[in-house]
Design a protein around this ligand. Structure first.
Ligand SMILES: NC(=O)c1ccc[n+]([C@@H]2O[C@H](COP(=O)([O-])OP(=O)(O)OC[C@H]3O[C@@H](n4cnc5c(N)ncnc54)[C@H](OP(=O)(O)O)[C@@H]3O)[C@@H](O)[C@H]2O)c1
Length: 274
């Protein structure tokens, strides 16, 4: 979808972190927005800013783990704008812990919020896109979905699911004018869940793991829609060669990844009890 001006985007997780940056980037493209998350007040603040940019912004307080609220989100978006051109499945939570100590409810919750909500909301939006023969679905995955991280098994599983889902959607719907992209950010050093992890651990990610910024992630979302990109890995240094290497040489690949990431991830996964 090359021209986004005057089109409509629904963004989940738009009350904080990366979602706010994505909203800003799409507003700058002239898109009217539907902002969804649980925190109504925070959404109103974001909406006021977006209206200042010159676009319309509808606030729909939504818990994405509640199916009926997802249905209502779609209904209210269609009632307000008549179409949903872009859906950004961005709402997400992290669950970095030793897996055998992770509360089963946290496992369920991670899959529900990150993956099931993405699958269901897309299911409810797609009939409108199919009818319009136009649409783009952006799924906010992670580099954790490209190579499952130690101490982030449930999180990595949810993000890998989002990437596979994106690929399947592309195969099924592109001939009908609807496409899909997965965004795979590294650690965003200026906001969001990584900031929280950093405060918990008491130090940042080692330089050799690289990082990204919320602004770069937001730019990637726009690029993925306009350029119809299957996936974008947003990190400096570039990680695609490493993931390609891991695919080609899994045993050597996992050894290298372990050497480079294990200490930091272990701290992230065990810092809760310290
Ligand atoms: N930041 C990073 O370094 C990074 C890296 C890779 C991938 N990601 C992915 O990027 C996405 C955004 O993360 P972030 O870093 O911006 O996190 P964040 O700052 O914690 O924001 C998460 C957003 O999701 C919303 N959310 C959480 N649970 C929800 C629920 N049940 N229903 C509706 N909304 C819910 C939150 O809003 P409410 O609390 O108001 O509901 C908030 O708006 C996530 O999918 C995350 O996995 C982030």
């Amino acid at each position: 979808m090359k021209d986004l001006k005057g089109r409509t985007a629904v963004i989940t997780g738009a009350s904080a972190g990366l979602g706010v940056r994505v909203a800003r980037a799409l507003a700058r493209e002239g898109m009217n927005l539907v902002l969804a998350a649980r925190s109504a007040d925070a959404l109103e603040t974001v909406a006021t800013e977006m209206r200042g940019i010159g676009v319309k912004a509808l606030v729909v307080p939504t818990d994405v783990s509640d199916e009926s609220q997802l249905v209502r989100l779609v209904e209210q978006s269609i009632a307000e704008y008549g179409a949903i051109d872009v859906l950004v499945n961005n709402a997400g939570i992290e669950a970095f812990r030793s897996y055998h100590e992770l509360d089963p409810n946290d496992i369920r919750r991670t899959i529900e919020v990150n993956l099931t909500a993405t699958l269901l909301l897309t299911r409810f939006v797609l009939p409108h896109m199919v009818q319009a023969r136009r649409g783009h679905i952006v799924n906010m995955a992670s580099i954790a979905g490209k190579q499952g991280p130690a101490y982030g098994a449930a999180y990595g599983a949810s993000k890998a699911g989002m990437i596979a889902f994106t690929q399947a959607l592309r195969g099924e719907y592109r001939s009908r004018g609807i496409s899909s992209s997965a965004i795979c950010p590294g650690f965003a050093k200026d906001g969001g869940i990584y900031e929280v992890m950093k405060q918990r651990i008491g130090r940042g990610v080692p330089w050799y793991l690289g990082s990204t910024t919320a602004e770069a992630v937001a730019r990637a979302v726009v690029k993925s829609i306009k350029g119809d990109r299957p996936d974008l890995i947003v990190n400096v240094p570039a990680l695609r060669p490493i993931f390609t290497f891991c695919q080609a040489f899994p045993r050597l690949g996992e050894w290298i990844v372990h050497k480079v990431t294990h200490r930091f991830l272990k701290q992230a996964g065990t810092s809760h009890r310290e």
